[in-house]
Design a protein around this ligand. Structure first.
Ligand code: PRX
Length: 631
């Protein structure tokens, strides 16, 4: 696949992609390996919604990730794995070896009863076997659902049950810095309420000292041996067959399973990877995300492997054994393309600069950012101290639902502006709308961000509940996909994402619904009601502030600890509130609606002007909340 080489070429490609999307995308799609060509490039209807890209085509995405590269690049490293502990050995897996290991793992799944269309849940640490398992599912047409290994047993069981998954792949333990995470034990707790799981296949990351349930639990290593080196037959998939489900938070307490399909996702993953990062064959590419999130799916596994790149997978954390770990790894492998989250940048920015200056970093060519708005200060620190002023920063805006990067500079091609995601990729038609749903034309404007034409990697449905997909994304504004984000378009037509306009928070780049945290808090027996809001946080971008009404309690600090424990149990440590304020009432309108605007202001520490509180049922609760506000 050819990539865009200049700004003029970007502009002309963009124009072509809007004037004739069919020709534009079919030219790109031709560079892939298909069992059968498509009958029609695009059929769509945002009302239902019904989206079909490359209808009638047959393919397997893993042949495009693996087999396609074997003739010319069999020995090239596909995956570099850097373990949590730098003293442990790294792994270099070539395209040939990855091809073989995926084929065998796919046969292992087959032997354990997994067939096309079955759902397989993956609750695994950041080890090569996770990438292998993802690809093995795709090889035989099973739908993978990766569940971030930081989620609790309850969160895991909710997702397994929603997907009615047949098999769970996990590990004995995960390791992060000095912590040992008992993944199998958590999975065992989850599975007590999961009737559909028939088998659990467990990879031994540590010593295997875990309970194994007879006839249900099997060791990965044993199951692989039983395959006798035979690779599974590749399943020929329809273009629109589901490739994966990935759960994400919305404005209700129940996470939704975003469904991506095969051909469109594939075409857009490689196209966006090559163009945004301006990938060259010799690049060493590192995305620090976890495969449990969409970034890991599209830009650790699929995008880079489709492009035949070397992709680095890191098991550890940025600050252990010391805050120079990222930079040490960059030097160790001569990483040239580096993609991380603003929260990691801010955390490292807060550490001594000597942790950066010890390292050379001259291999770096492009820096990326994803997951939340990157503030100007962090942008500059990243640019000067990590990129030494020489590396373009691609601030990439996208979502679980969009499947791939939507608005971002093409590295070294698009003019940069700190804190701006800049311009849409070819094929992407963003628009801003006002509260009445009218499109806001022109520049120097602000509104809600929508997309008014389909793109290949857009979500197709939400698992098991198509109406929810329609309601959440396609009903707010007619004939438009609504992102849930607010956005500015400046005088040059450049886009700057300003953050969510719904009840979704962005905590360290993790998307968490306020309703989800409230539901978790409300499971505590003495909690009557709660309201959760996000507030600005120096490192995490947003922190979680919870207002909680309890019945009786003796010890406030004990009560707060119990609430935190409850959240860890229901969701996981990522949803722990930073501040909990026990209150006797919440500011509600006469119709019973919580006025979150007031709670947000108090959480921000700005109580000077709370606006009109006269419509409140009981304005005195506001005074109490102000007095008890946690600094
Ligand atoms: O609010 C936007 C923010 O993250 C949300 C999507 O979260 P998720 O589905 O978890 O995917 C994260 C990784 C793609 C968006 O609705 N967001 C993501 N990237 C940016 C961003 N906000 C501002 N700038 C970005 N570059």
């Amino acid at each position: 696949m050819k990539k865009i080489n200049s700004y003029e070429e970007y502009l002309s490609n963009y124009e072509k992609s809007i004037e004739d999307p069919t020709v534009f995308w079919s030219d790109i799609a031709k560079t892939f390996h298909w069992h059968k060509q498509w009958d029609n490039v695009l059929e769509w209807n945002f009302d239902e919604p019904s989206i079909n890209w490359f209808k009638g085509a047959k393919l397997n995405i893993t042949e495009n990730c693996l087999d396609r590269h074997l003739d010319s690049n069999a020995d090239k490293t596909a995956i570099i794995w850097e373990p949590n502990d730098p003293k442990e050995s790294a792994q270099h897996i070539s395209y040939e070896e990855l091809h073989q290991r995926v084929g065998i793992a796919a046969q292992m799944l087959k032997n354990n009863g997994v067939n096309k269309g079955d759902r397989v849940c993956l609750y695994m640490p950041m080890i090569p076997e996770l990438a292998i398992a993802v690809l093995a599912c795709a090889r035989i047409g099973a739908i993978h659902s990766v569940i971030f290994a930081g989620f609790s047993a309850k969160a895991l069981s909710d997702r397994v049950n929603d997907a009615t998954a047949k098999v769970l792949l996990t590990a004995d333990y995960g390791v992060r810095a000095t912590k040992k995470i008992p993944l199998k034990e958590i999975a065992d707790n989850a599975l007590e309420s999961c009737a559909t799981i028939e088998k659990v296949i467990v990879f031994k990351r540590l010593d295997g000292s875990v309970n194994m349930k007879a006839d249900r639990d099997f060791w990965w290593e044993d199951e692989i041996l039983k395959v006798n080196g035979v690779s599974a037959k590749v399943e020929s998939m329809d273009a629109e067959d589901e490739l994966f489900i990935l759960y994400t938070s919305g404005s209700t307490g129940q996470p939704k399973g975003v469904v991506h399909s095969t051909a469109g996702y594939m075409v857009y993953a490689e196209y966006s990877f090559r163009n945004v990062f301006q990938y060259n064959d010799k690049d060493i590419y590192w995305c620090t995300a976890d495969i449990g999130w969409i970034t890991g799916h599209s830009y650790i596994i699929y995008g880079p492997l489709l492009a035949g790149a070397t992709t680095l997978m890191f098991e550890g954390v940025p600050t252990w054994p010391n805050p120079g770990r990222f930079w040490e790894v960059v030097d160790k492998y001569q990483v040239s393309l580096f993609y991380t989250a603003p929260t990691a940048i801010r955390a490292l920015q807060a550490c001594d600069l000597s942790f950066v200056d010890k390292h050379n970093l001259s291999s770096l060519r492009v820096l990326g950012s994803v997951g939340e708005p990157i503030n100007e200060e962090a942008w500059k620190w990243y640019h000067i101290n990590i990129g030494k002023g020489n590396c373009p920063i691609v601030d990439t805006w996208w979502q679980t639902e969009t499947g791939g990067i939507m608005i971002a500079p093409l590295a070294g091609i698009t003019p940069l502006k700190p804190a701006f995601a800049t311009l849409p990729l070819p094929g992407i038609q963003p628009c801003l709308v006002d509260a009445d749903g009218n499109e806001i034309e022109g520049n120097d404007v602000e509104g809600n961000l929508c997309v008014k034409f389909p793109w290949p990697s857009m979500l197709r449905t939400t698992w098991g509940d198509h109406d929810r997909c329609k309601l959440t994304y396609f009903s707010t504004y007619k004939d438009k996909y609504f992102t849930g984000d607010g956005c500015k378009r400046d005088e040059d037509g450049f886009y700057r994402i300003t953050g969510r306009v719904d009840d979704v928070m962005n905590i360290s780049g993790h998307r968490i619904g306020t309703a989800e945290v409230e539901c978790a808090i409300n499971t505590h027996e003495t909690v009557v009601e709660s309201a959760v809001v996000g507030y600005p946080h120096d490192i995490k971008g947003q922190g979680i502030y919870a207002y909680v009404i309890c019945t009786v309690f003796d010890d406030e600090s004990l009560m707060k600890k119990e609430i935190i424990q409850q959240i860890i149990k229901e969701i996981g440590p990522i949803a722990k509130p930073d501040k909990i304020q026990i209150v006797s009432g919440l500011p509600k309108t006469r119709s019973g609606k919580i006025m979150r605007r007031i709670l947000r202001k108090v959480a921000e520490g700005d109580t000077s002007n709370l606006g009109d509180t006269s419509t409140l049922l009981d304005p005195s609760v506001v005074e109490e909340i102000k007095i008890g506000a946690i600094k």
